[in-house]
Design a protein around this ligand. Structure first.
Ligand SMILES: Cc1cc2nc3c(=O)[nH]c(=O)nc-3n(C[C@H](O)[C@H](O)[C@H](O)COP(=O)(O)O)c2cc1C
Length: 314
């Protein structure tokens, strides 16, 4: 028997797979369904203070190699999360839940963290890295270390202090891969009180053109790139953040199989975020991935998954 349990910032996960933010994570029943399909935990879609419209359709396009999306962070606002999504998820809560928050202004992250903490999420994930809302919000906070650090300290303060906080909810910062030195940004966040990271958000923005019409395929023209093609880039980002900080990381980007999960963990991920996989293998892909992890561990004499974290020979 392989032990797949993972402890992340003090929170116990039955296995390292976690639904990434923005995919199937809008209602409590869709989140619970992902757990029923084998995921170790879930992340909500990004939650705003107020309703946020997002971009016009078409917002997504995919090939066997990559996905491009410009959903544009559509959300009903925090009231719905506090009055519906969390109470429904917490009623018979099947596994840990990570609350992902997003804002246009630094101070708003503090208000969001304070309000969402009333719902007792296991972890708060701070999204400062979406690349498909630049027209609206400008360069993501995750692209400038001073801004990333400021958001981190505002959230920490809102939760009651720099060391764990009175409410004791760990906060992880969702980093952008679209920077010159992701390790430096991560270090600035740690100095400001980050407990860990989600690395990474989508790449880009990228552009896909319909050569018959000569028009961009997405209504927003550009979008963030995810899926199989980004995996080696995401793996390098996770390695860089692990090396720079040693903090717990939700390694995210292009993970499709159990072997991809193992690879992410070898470069330092404790948990592994999985999003676009669902469009290729369905929600039941989580169960298949968990059985692939088991199989690999059995074949390779790994009894406890914790053993492989950060063991890459580099
Ligand atoms: C359709 C779609 C919507 C997404 N929405 C969000 C979001 O609301 N908040 C967020 O932090 N990341 C969002 N992401 C980024 C994913 O959480 C993840 O970081 C990225 O897609 C890379 O992982 P993957 O290749 O496993 O999808 C979204 C990604 C996709 C494909």
């Amino acid at each position: 028997m392989v032990n797949l349990n993972i402890k992340f910032c003090g929170v116990e996960f039955a296995n390292p797979t976690v639904l990434a933010s923005g995919i199937l994570g809008v209602t409590a029943s869709s989140l619970k369904n992902v757990i029923r399909n084998g995921a170790g935990g879930v992340t909500t879609k990004s939650i705003w203070l107020e309703e946020h419209k997002g971009h016009r359709n078409p917002t997504m396009f995919g090939t066997e190699n990559y996905f491009i999306n410009a959903v544009g962070l559509s959300d009903a606002g925090i009231e719905k999360a506090v009055t519906e999504t969390f109470p429904e998820y917490n009623d018979g809560k099947p596994a840990p839940i990570i609350a992902n928050i997003v804002a246009a202004k630094i101070e708003d992250f503090g208000l969001l963290a304070e309000q969402i903490s009333q719902c007792n999420p296991d972890i708060i994930e701070v999204n400062i890295s979406c690349p498909n809302v630049e027209d609206e919000l400008g360069k993501p906070f995750a692209c400038v270390s001073g801004d990333a650090a400021k958001v981190t300290s505002v959230v920490k303060k809102a939760l009651g202090g720099l060391t764990g906080g009175e409410k004791n909810i760990p906060i992880i910062i969702k980093l952008s891969p679209n920077v010159a030195n992701i390790g430096e940004i991560a270090k600035a966040c740690v100095e400001a009180g980050a407990d860990g990271f989600c690395a990474v958000n989508t790449f880009g923005p990228g552009l896909v053109v319909d050569i018959n019409t000569r028009l961009p395929i997405l209504a927003n023209k550009v979008g963030g790139i995810s899926g199989p093609g980004i995996k080696p880039l995401a793996v390098k980002c996770v390695y860089d953040v692990f090396k720079a900080t040693g903090k717990p990381i939700v390694g995210t980007g292009g993970v499709m199989t159990g072997e991809d999960v193992i690879e992410m963990m070898m470069v330092g991920a404790r948990l592994v975020g999985i999003g676009t996989m669902v469009y290729y293998r369905g929600a039941e892909g989580f169960r298949k991935i968990v059985s692939e992890i088991n199989e690999w561990c059995e074949k390779n004499g790994v009894k406890n998954l914790e053993e492989i974290i950060g063991t890459v020979k580099l």
